[in-house]
Unconditional design. Structure first.
Length: 305
């Protein structure tokens, strides 16, 4: 199975279709709705959450179809699943248009499987309402099989290919505590994005005209795009790969498709040199008489929680 999925990632046979469909999806006049569909307001993609309504409804209908006298409830659940499939498909489509090519190849087949499921369940509902319950149930189980195939491919996208994952999540866990020198002030031209490295982690540093210095994790949280190659304007940096926009002052994602903010660093200038560190998080004092204690590590790393 894994060999088949890897082969699907490497197969360029559908790339022309992917390019055409991707351009059309990106050209849709969605405005701010695009960010809503991506999940910028939620902090993670909307699509994985939105699929629960159609899948849950269809799975429940399949269980009721096993019991005599439950046809009306099953019919309602099939219809409810069809209604929920549209927003789930739209949110998945806008996410798919901003993925890497290998992810798009798997995602296209994932969409085909789910489209087949919708068609089968639509036909199932027509049969059910026409009094052909046996055919309707058979089509429903075929639709559930297609949903299963789509779910398998969706799981591969999420867990093997890391589509929708936060690609900057590990930064606070691998950068040591304390200040890190990244270079002299003169090495950072005003308004330009400069790439530095702290504990093997790429860091983006930008010096503003007023002398203030900002630093963010350099790899975009969306798909690890190089922010140092992006554009800096209006106190923000735009990723050159998919256009996500992050505020330099605190890393907040003000524009998608990224749904997670960039880790931001504190900065200071000491003797003409720029230093950065991860923000300090105060540890609440343990209640009197408690056995709680503050953990430290011998190598200076922040302990995992």
């Amino acid at each position: 199975m894994l060999w088949l999925l890897d082969a699907l990632e490497r197969d360029p046979g559908r790339d022309q279709l992917i390019d055409t469909l991707g351009r059309r999806v990106r050209a849709l006049p969605l405005g701010r709705v695009r960010g809503v569909l991506h999940g910028t307001w939620l902090g993670h993609p909307v699509h994985p959450m939105s699929i629960h309504l159609p899948i849950g409804s269809w799975m429940s209908a399949a269980v009721l179809d096993l019991k005599p006298g439950r046809s009306r409830q099953a019919d309602l659940l099939v219809a409810l699943g069809l209604a929920g499939a549209a927003p789930a498909a739209l949110s998945g489509l806008v996410d798919w248009a901003e993925l890497r090519r290998e992810q798009q190849r798997v995602g296209l087949v994932h969409a085909w499987a789910n489209t087949a499921a919708v068609g089968l369940y639509g036909a199932s509902l027509v049969m059910r309402l026409s009094g052909k319950g046996a055919k309707g149930r058979a089509l429903g189980y075929l639709g559930l099989t297609a949903v299963g195939v789509g779910g398998l491919l969706g799981g591969h996208l999420a867990y093997r290919q890391a589509a929708g994952a936060n690609h900057a999540e590990e930064v606070p866990h691998v950068v040591r505590d304390g200040w890190h020198r990244v270079g002299g002030v003169d090495e950072f031209p005003v308004g330009e994005a400069v790439r530095c490295v702290v504990d093997d982690v790429p860091v983006l540093v930008v010096r503003e005209s007023g002398g203030e210095v900002h630093a963010l994790a350099e790899r975009c949280s969306h798909l690890a795009g190089p922010l140092s190659e992006g554009t800096v304007a209006d106190g923000c940096v735009r990723c050159p790969w998919h256009g996500s926009v992050f505020r330099l002052s605190d890393g907040w994602n003000v524009g998608g498709p990224a749904t997670a903010p960039q880790p931001a660093f504190d900065t200071r200038v000491v003797d003409g040199r720029v230093e950065v560190r991860l923000p300090l998080h105060e540890v609440p004092e343990a209640p009197y008489g408690s056995d709680a204690f503050t953990e430290t590590s011998v190598d200076g790393h922040r302990p995992s929680r």
